[in-house]
Design a binder for this molecule. Structure first.
Ligand code: ZN
Length: 237
């Protein structure tokens, strides 16, 4: 076995760990994104509840306004009723009576309006209650998912740390120059720096290899990189 071949055998062990390091790293990157997504969903549900609450408040204010208006008009009617007895002329009397009748007509419209608004208030209150119950459930769910993500993150970090320790031990046995080349490629090529030759083809990028290159790989006097994907090629006998 040439020295290159011996080094490649060791690199193959490191490669297995590096592949997992890369993929665990990718999963780790996704965690904050997942956390943001959860947070955004919860925020939008909160703002939906806020809208419903605002709508309810507006309706309640409207109801109060109408009730106040009704109260004022009723007081006015009472006052006019009291004054009717003291009116001197017929003309004045009938004018006042007309005013009372018109106020009473206004009030019956107002009463209907108030009843309608009360129905709307009741419906809005139910909606707010339903939505805020739902939000409480969602918050619980969100918190449990947060806990789950944190533990996943911790586990991945520990896993990566262990793998990095393992690869370091393995790579210490590799020729420093060869290791240097390996490190560059493994970083650039998504955790895969070695490619097996299968049917005279690079198994990583499917590029058909030139006969000259195949010869060099067999001779193994030096590291041979795929001319397409730059991964180091090896042949398993
Ligand atoms: Zn290739």
């Amino acid at each position: 076995m040439t020295e290159i071949k011996a080094n490649i055998e060791i690199l193959k062990q490191a490669q297995e760990l590096d592949w997992t390091v890369y993929h665990s790293g990718q999963r780790l990157i996704e965690i904050p994104q997942e956390r943001d997504r959860l947070k955004q969903t919860l925020e939008s549900e909160k703002s939906h509840l806020k809208q419903l609450q605002d709508h309810l408040t507006t309706l309640q204010l409207k109801q109060k306004e109408k009730e106040l208006e009704l109260g004022e008009k009723e007081a006015h009617i009472k006052k006019l009723d009291g004054q009717l007895a003291q009116v001197k002329t017929n003309k004045e009397y009938s004018a006042m009576q007309q005013e009372v009748a018109s106020l009473k007509a206004d009030n019956s419209v107002l009463e209907e309006e108030i009843i309608r608004i009360m129905d709307e208030v009741e419906a809005a209150q139910e909606e707010v209650k339903k939505e805020s119950d739902r939000l409480k459930e969602r918050e619980k769910h969100y918190q449990s998912q947060e806990v789950e993500l944190a533990s996943k993150e911790k586990k991945l970090n520990e896993e990566i740390e262990n793998l990095l320790k393992g690869r370091e031990e393995i790579l210490q046995r590799v020729d420093p120059e060869i290791r240097g080349k390996y490190e560059i490629v493994v970083k650039k090529k998504e955790g895969v720096a070695l490619a097996k030759v299968l049917n005279e083809t690079c198994s990583a990028c499917q590029m058909r290899l030139r006969p000259q290159l195949l010869n060099e790989i067999i001779l193994a006097a030096d590291l041979v990189a795929c001319e397409n994907c730059y991964r180091f090629l090896y042949i398993d006998k």
